[in-house]
Design a protein around this ligand. Structure first.
Ligand code: ADP
Length: 516
């Protein structure tokens, strides 16, 4: 009965909370990849811009060289000194062949330690073979643009293997000269470009140059391991390229980390929601159960009150109508009325105590008392009641009990509740035992019966409010389900506990334990 509406609620919860979250999770996962690729693209562009700036720098550098050499050429009395100085300053420039456009008047410049043999001829041949490029350079120059034509790796018969050529024009008033520059690419990169590269790489990037023909890495900042996704050719050295990666983690790593983090967060949120849902479900299950127990309680109490009320009403009417056969009978009816009134009072008192306890309004007046006296008072008052029901109560006192700090009325109420239960759930057995005792630091009162007993499963709940064992003959006995709740609350207020030992069909022992 409880399950059906709850299952419906669960379905509604699932639809209202989990479905949107699920859709959101799927959406997130799908857009994450999209975001990552946009991010990667933006990043690639940024890396490309960095490489562009290095290329631009190398271009500017060679422009400056061309300017310097043009000026040296114009300064005819000091041309040789100025060019030598230039060569000394720029180790990466190994040879320069200056020539007229027809390659007839040529002059070979080289550093002091280099040998010019053979090289001059080879360079002249190269220049002769590059007439097309020369014509292009000239037409650019006429339009006012000085272009530097990279020739790439020079085929110089082993004389200059691994060297690169660069072709540009030197201006001299209206005339011009051709300059074929032979560069040592490794030195050009490590000496002329390295500083700029360090500056743009800073702490964040690793930039390396590559000799693409020989598949060699020229380490500039740190060496790049694994493959380099962002590689761009060097404008002036077409056989060489620059590669750049992010230091530490690559952008791919970062994107992957971000994806994983986002997914973990989403998973966490989903999990929290699921746990929340489970807690709500469990709470509602409890609430519904409690509502049911409360309604059982109302019917139980009505039932318990109805019987004494009917008896009182019936015997009062008999007495009123003078229908009692004799004085003996009259006395008996009065006794029944008194007994049933007491029963009613006890039920009402129990409910009142409980409602006070629930409202936190119970006051305990703790005094040093002798438990023996408290228990014997109860037994004296109860003796008649027990005997009239045919019960035999065996009492075992203990002579060495210290006084304990208790509220006498509350403890009496607890013991009476235990005695009432021993009577109610006595089954066929008419034996009840009450014992007083002590151990190291505790004093206790035990009430034992040999009645129906309580299964271990039910023992977990009997102190819960309104709980009554739902099966068997126990259930046929009337009750409110409040007695043991009150006992447990009274013991808690005394800093003590209630212990139970019981087996189905063999009886139960309840022990009220007080700190001595
Ligand atoms: P009730 O008014 O139902 O007796 P209690 O709180 O006193 O309420 O007890 C709770 C339940 O514990 C009872 O319904 C009964 O099933 C079980 N119980 C309590 N005392 C005993 C006992 N001495 N023997 C067997 N069952 C007991």
């Amino acid at each position: 009965m409880v399950k059906k509406p709850l299952n419906k609620l669960l379905l509604i919860f699932l639809a209202v909370f989990l479905l949107p979250i699920f859709i959101f999770t799927v959406y997130q996962i799908s857009t994450l990849n999209e975001n990552e690729s946009v991010l990667t693209e933006i990043y690639d562009k940024q890396l490309e811009a960095i490489l562009f700036s290095v290329n631009q720098y190398s271009q500017d550098l060679v422009d400056d060289w061309a300017q310097e050499l043009s000026e040296a050429q114009a300064d005819s009395s000091f041309t040789a000194e100025r060019v030598k100085e230039f060569l000394m300053e720029n180790e990466s420039v190994q040879y320069m062949l200056w020539s007229d456009s027809m390659v007839q008047e040529t002059y070979l410049w080289f550093r002091a330690e280099e040998t010019g043999k053979k090289v001059g001829q080879v360079l002249r041949d190269t220049l002769t073979g590059r007439q097309q490029e020369l014509a292009k350079l000239r037409s650019y120059q006429i339009e006012g643009y000085i272009r530097k034509e990279p020739l790439g790796r020079l085929q110089l018969d082993g004389v200059l293997s691994g060297r690169s050529g660069l072709l540009f024009l030197l201006e001299e008033g209206q005339k011009y000269q051709v300059c074929l520059m032979v560069l040592n690419p490794g030195l050009f990169i490590t000496q002329n470009l390295a500083q700029k590269i360090q500056a743009v790489a800073q702490e964040s990037f690793i930039i390396s140059a590559y000799d693409d023909t020989n598949d060699l890495q020229i380490v500039l900042t740190d060496s790049i391991v694994d493959q380099v996704p962002n590689k761009r050719p060097l404008w002036l050295l077409p056989d060489y390229s620059l590669g750049i990666v992010l230091k530490g983690e690559t952008i791919q790593d970062l994107a992957e980390d971000r994806t994983i983090n986002n997914l973990l967060i989403l998973l966490g949120v989903d999990l929290i929601l699921l746990v929340g849902l489970f807690l709500i479900y469990r709470n509602m299950q409890k609430e519904i159960k409690l509502a049911q127990i409360k309604s059982d309680f109302v019917s139980n109490v009505s039932h318990e009150i109805r019987t004494p009320l009917a008896l009182i009403s019936m015997f009062a009417e008999t007495l009123e109508m003078d229908r009692a056969a004799n004085e003996q009978k009259k006395k008996e009816y009065y006794s029944i009325i008194r007994h049933e009134s007491n029963r009613l009072a006890s039920i009402v008192n129990k409910i009142l105590s409980f409602s006070k306890m629930e409202a936190g309004k119970t006051n305990y007046d703790l005094q040093l008392e002798n438990l023996t006296e408290v228990v014997e008072d109860i037994l004296n008052t109860y003796e008649y009641h027990l005997n009239s029901l045919g019960f035999n109560c065996k009492y075992t006192p203990n002579g060495s009990l210290p006084e304990v700090s208790i509220d006498k009325n509350a403890v009496s109420e607890a013991v009476i509740n235990l005695l009432d239960n021993a009577i109610k759930y006595g089954g066929g057995s008419k034996e009840i035992e009450v014992r007083l005792g002590r151990d190291n630091s505790h004093v206790y009162i035990e009430v034992q019966d040999y009645g129906l007993g309580i299964s271990p499963e039910d023992q977990k709940y009997i102190f819960d409010k309104f709980y009554r064992v739902p099966t068997g003959s126990v259930h046929n006995t009337k009750g409110t389900g409040l007695g043991l709740t009150l006992v447990s609350s009274i013991m808690k207020a005394h800093g003590g506990t209630v212990e139970i030992e019981s087996q189905s069909g063999e009886g139960s022992t309840f022990r009220l334990v007080f700190p001595a």
